[in-house]
Design a protein around this ligand. Structure first.
Ligand code: ADP
Length: 212
């Protein structure tokens, strides 16, 4: 696991609460990890498979009692076997499957999003981050780690996903949890699964003033 210093983080009180790591998310020392789940919540490939493996079969049994989770929403569960590693909870959120053409996401309605420069998938991905962060605040959890939601089998373009992820994490901390003494979460980890993904985040953050 490598801990990557962020550009300008010493001078920026919000940036200093965000870190980028290369790691298997199930090995982190945080209060809650986020799972890039599918709508069934019954496990899958990628990070979902790794989290179910590490949490153990009780997670699957628990999730069978839930009614799934819609794309863009999030639910919180216990972490079962991961509790032995300090991870108290898992937030399952369902990222959007990237589709190149999003001209008509809602039949019969104009695609307002595309006209103002973002797609339905962008909105849904942003919602995953906002929902997860809100759960962290409501449950008074200090530290949360996100994988790069939807950028694996769901095929969301990585540079676009990195802007949405970082932009909403930074915006949430700035607006809804500005005081790390009293607000939750205090720290957010962006957990990448490759050095190339981490480099992309570092670059995205370094150029934030150009696109935020
Ligand atoms: P999605 O279906 O949302 O695209 P994936 O699990 O396929 O979910 O991929 C999401 C991201 O999680 C990808 O960047 C992938 O490299 C990463 N990933 C896969 N396994 C792990 C893991 N154990 N820890 C952290 N990130 C992981």
């Amino acid at each position: 696991m490598s801990d990557i210093p962020l550009p300008q983080s010493e001078n920026d009180p919000v940036l200093s609460r965000i870190e980028v790591l290369v790691a298997d998310i199930t090995t982190l020392n945080v209060d809650v990890i986020v799972n890039a789940a599918n709508e069934s919540l019954l496990g899958g490939s990628g990070v979902d498979g790794a989290i179910h493996n590490a949490a153990g079969p009780e997670l699957l049994e628990h999730n069978k009692t839930l009614d799934g989770c819609k794309t863009g929403l999030a639910v919180i569960t216990p972490s079962f076997n991961l509790a032995s590693r300090s991870i108290k909870h898992i937030i399952h959120t369902v990222g959007p499957i990237w589709r190149e053409v999003t001209d008509n996401p809602l039949p019969g309605q104009p695609n307002v999003n595309a006209k103002i420069g973002y797609t339905l998938e962008d909105t849904l991905l942003a919602s995953c981050y906002m929902q997860a962060l809100t759960l962290t605040t409501n449950h008074k959890l200090e530290t949360i780690a996100f994988p790069s939601i939807a950028t694996g089998v769901y095929n969301f373009p990585k540079p676009r996903a990195a802007k949405i992820a970082f932009g909403h994490i930074f915006g949430y901390l700035s607006n809804y949890a500005p005081n790390p003494e009293t607000d939750f979460p205090k720290k957010v980890t962006i957990c990448c699964f490759s050095q190339a993904d981490a480099d992309l985040y570092i670059q995205t953050i370094a150029t934030k003033d150009d696109w935020m």
